[in-house]
Design a protein around this ligand. Structure first.
Ligand SMILES: CC1(C)CN=C(N2CCN(c3ncnc4sc(CCF)cc34)CC2)S1
Length: 514
């Protein structure tokens, strides 16, 4: 029969007006089941409409209409403990199909009327010029100047009703625009703080389509090779999440932002995002998307879904994926997990996660556009770890982490990762502001633990000694108060970059096992 040219099937249209999370879930499930090319513009408009209606036109009213779960949070507890955001329970807005359809038609009209495909030779695969043209169409229809970091600017609903997009939103809009033009080879590539597109035969080409950060000239139209060669974290050494249409749906769901104010979330929007992420998880579209897994884990920590795995397993799964599929070049899976341990006062585990995060950053060169991860490590080193030292300060109990040599090892590995990150970079990382908390933290550890500090350095020439000098010669960590046949923890000191390149073999063993 006639191919249904509509974006939705008849029964999907019957789900409108959307009034509940359940109806949106049913809609997404139906679309994900029926097509290999879910329509990004349509889905972004729908979730954007719900999010913006529930978070942007808010008056916090008291009384029957809205129940506000209050959580008292003074400054310290706010920063250091899992203080659930204040959440408002409010009615789901009625999302009418004609409104959504009108915006969807508007987006298609903007794209089709602005790009004359005959000018590009109606190619089978997208070309750099065509991708750049779609980026220009979005770019030139944005409001001249607005606060780019504001929340709720990531969806096509924001673009179509307010001509505003954040940097991720521009990249998603370009991919959605190329989908409207019929180029199913154009896909989103996601690093931990930037987005670009891949296109062409075998997805071999890359192109910048949006800006990054503040005060950086945009590189739209250029390939991303330079960023990869520069070893900057922003380009994750060429290990981005390369999306399919389904992982692009996962990215627009993951970018849903439930916040109404800095301390208030919309319960409905958070619940919608959590349920949609589970739909994508169950259809295996989060399998290679560590940040979406971390996002889902955070939501599960706040509001565990009955019958689902514990959030800790999702954090671990994200780390496994980052190690297996992305050459351990992603940092956020470890800081997601470290943040979870920290909020739940599991400080030894947190130190290990943060040391693992430092191991992930160590082979990068710090570049000027890597500020986001710099701020992440700065907060861990100068706020979170000092707080751990303070609360563990008593240290009188034999089980205090200040007497635990493995904790001290994690701490040293954390700082050394940052030192090696700085090594060979044009931009310095550490400065005097880091030194005071570092000295304060290291000196908090029991002298018995420090006295036995032993770092086994890989066989390296003098000039390769790591930036942070430690007592010369061999030694090993003695785990205090261990049973008679105590193992020793000997950590091979990581190779410098030069040595990593030479791939010199280094004996490494822990607890006597080789
Ligand atoms: C451990 C954390 C500080 C907690 N939240 C974090 N993020 C929140 C969610 N983030 C994300 N979540 C899903 N997908 C993406 S794609 C992308 C790069 C810009 F396009 C960022 C990002 C970014 C990282 S890292």
């Amino acid at each position: 029969g006639k191919r249904n040219m509509d974006a939705l099937s008849e029964e999907e249209k019957k789900l409108f007006p959307l009034k509940t999370v359940k109806s949106v879930i049913s809609l997404f499930e139906s679309i994900l089941k029926r097509t290999a090319e879910p329509d990004l513009a349509l889905l972004s408009i729908i979730v954007g409409c719900i999010e913006n209606t529930l978070t942007c036109n808010q008056q916090i009213v008291s009384g029957a209409k809205s129940t506000v779960l209050t959580a008292t949070a003074d400054e310290t507890s706010e920063k250091h403990f899992a203080v659930p955001p204040v959440r408002k329970e409010d009615d789901f807005p009625e999302i009418e199909w004609p409104i959504v359809e009108a915006l969807y038609i508007k987006f298609r009209a903007i794209i089709k009327s602005s790009v004359d495909l005959t000018q590009y030779g109606c190619p089978e695969f997208a070309t750099r010029e065509l991708v750049k043209k779609v980026s220009d169409v979005i770019w030139n229809t944005l409001t001249r100047s607005y606060y780019k970091d504001r929340a709720h600017l990531q969806s096509l609903y924001s673009y179509l009703t307010g001509n505003k997009l954040d940097c991720f939103g521009v990249a998603l809009a370009v991919v959605a625009g190329c989908q409207v033009l019929g180029f199913d080879d154009v896909h989103l590539a996601l690093s931990e703080d930037h987005a670009w597109v891949i296109f062409g035969l075998n997805g071999k080409e890359t192109a910048e389509v949006t800006w990054h950060g503040k005060g950086n000239e945009d590189k739209r139209g250029q390939p991303v090779d330079a960023g990869i060669q520069a070893r900057s974290w922003l380009y994750v050494s060429g290990n981005p999440v390369v999306c399919s249409r389904f992982t692009e749906v996962a990215s627009l769901v993951s970018s849903i932002n439930p916040s109404i104010t800095a301390t208030t979330d919309s319960l409905e929007v958070a619940s919608l995002q959590q349920s949609l992420l589970w739909v994508l998880y169950d259809t295996s579209h989060l399998t290679r998307y560590p940040m979406a897994l971390g996002n889902l884990a955070d939501l599960e920590e706040l509001s565990p879904s009955p019958g689902r795995c514990h959030c800790g397993q999702l954090f671990s799964q994200a780390i496994e994926v980052a190690r297996r599929c992305y050459n351990n070049s992603h940092v956020y899976p470890y800081t997601y997990q470290g943040g979870y341990f920290y909020r739940n006062r599991m400080y030894k585990e947190a130190l290990e996660s943060w040391a693992n995060a430092a191991d992930a950053i160590r082979s990068y060169n710090y570049s000027r556009e890597d500020e986001e991860i710099y701020k992440e490590f700065l907060e861990i080193a100068n706020e979170l770890i000092p707080f751990v030292m303070k609360v563990e300060g008593s240290g009188h109990s034999a089980r205090s982490i200040l007497k635990d040599s493995e904790c001290f090892a994690h701490l040293l590995r954390f700082y050394d990762g940052i030192c090696q990150w700085e090594e060979g970079s044009c931009t310095p990382v550490l400065h005097i502001g880091w030194a005071k908390p570092l000295v304060n933290t290291i000196s908090k550890f029991d002298s018995q633990v420090r006295r036995h500090v032993v770092i086994s350095c890989s066989e390296m020439a003098e000039e390769d000694t790591p930036a942070m000098k430690l007592p010369e010669g061999k030694a090993e960590f003695h785990r205090e108060n261990l049973d008679a046949n105590a193992n020793q923890v000997v950590l091979p000191w990581p190779l410098t970059k030069e040595q990593e390149k030479e791939e010199r073999l280094v004996d490494c063993y822990v607890g006597g096992k080789t």
